[in-house]
Design a protein around this ligand. Structure first.
Ligand code: CTP
Ligand code: CA
Length: 224
């Protein structure tokens, strides 16, 4: 009798994932942030680990936790910290998935002391953060690189634009038009767009199931 011993499909592969929001400090007690829960990224991490991959999960502030032998979770706060942590791992990653809702801007200066309430109006000058995903696209060699796009208009067109500009292999478009999808929800509705402009639209489902769909689409394209 012949026995075929089959390993898990992503055994030996390293998957780098960003998740959650970033917090950009204004002063010692205040920050600019967003409503990302981190759930989508955490579910992708679990889906990848369950496929046998070694997962590096870099998350901004999130209440979520995960415990899995194959997931190494590193928590960061700001976009700059996320950038630094990501590039400790990118060179050796086989797949990188940017699910974080990274702040596009940060306060130009961080006040050393708590800002006191005085003037009727105050202005905080913001400066652009580095685009972590764009930088991964620039550094990309063998990696399969996947981004997310959140659009409120011209969804497909804008997502394709991001895919090209950031040198991605695929992009996951979040359909906000659907009331059950997005920030703070347990469900999501996505379209998976690859660099050949092949578009696969999925139904509204739990983020755990969306994560499995995303990993399937990536695996289908890994050796293509
Ligand atoms: N991203 C990133 N670093 C940033 C900003 C975004 O890595 N500083 C990543 C996100 O994780 C996501 C993708 O880029 O995978 C797209 O993010 P999105 O906010 O939709 O696009 P932006 O390029 O920031 O453009 P805009 O917000 O103007 O639509
Ligand atoms: Ca953005």
């Amino acid at each position: 009798k012949n026995y075929i011993i089959k390993g898990l499909p992503l055994q030996g592969k390293k998957v780098l994932i960003t998740a959650g929001p970033t917090y950009e400090a204004i002063d010692p007690v205040r920050f600019i942030g967003n409503h990302s829960s981190g759930l989508m990224g955490f579910e992708i991490a679990k889906a990848a680990a369950n496929l046998g991959a070694e997962v590096i999960l870099v998350s901004g502030p999130s209440h979520l936790n995960v415990s899995h032998d194959l997931i190494q979770l590193t928590r960061v706060v700001s976009a700059e910290e996320m950038y630094t942590e990501v590039f400790k791992h990118f060179a050796t990653a086989d797949i990188a998935i940017a699910a974080a809702a990274v702040a596009d801007y940060r306060p130009k200066t961080v006040a050393e002391q708590k800002i006191k309430k005085k003037a009727e109006d105050i202005t905080i000058t913001l400066v652009k953060n580095k685009d972590i995903l764009f930088s991964m696209g620039q550094e990309k060699k063998h990696q399969f690189l996947v981004g997310f796009a959140l659009e409120t208009e011209n969804e497909i067109e804008n997502a394709k634009g991001k895919l090209e500009r950031k040198n991605l292999d695929a992009i996951v478009l979040n359909s906000l038009n659907d009331s059950g999808a997005g920030f703070g929800k347990k469900t999501n509705k996505i379209s998976f767009i690859d660099k050949n402009s092949t578009i696969k639209a999925f139904e509204l489902k739990t983020k755990a199931d969306v994560a499995k769909d995303i990993m399937n689409e990536i695996m289908n394209r890994l050796h293509a």
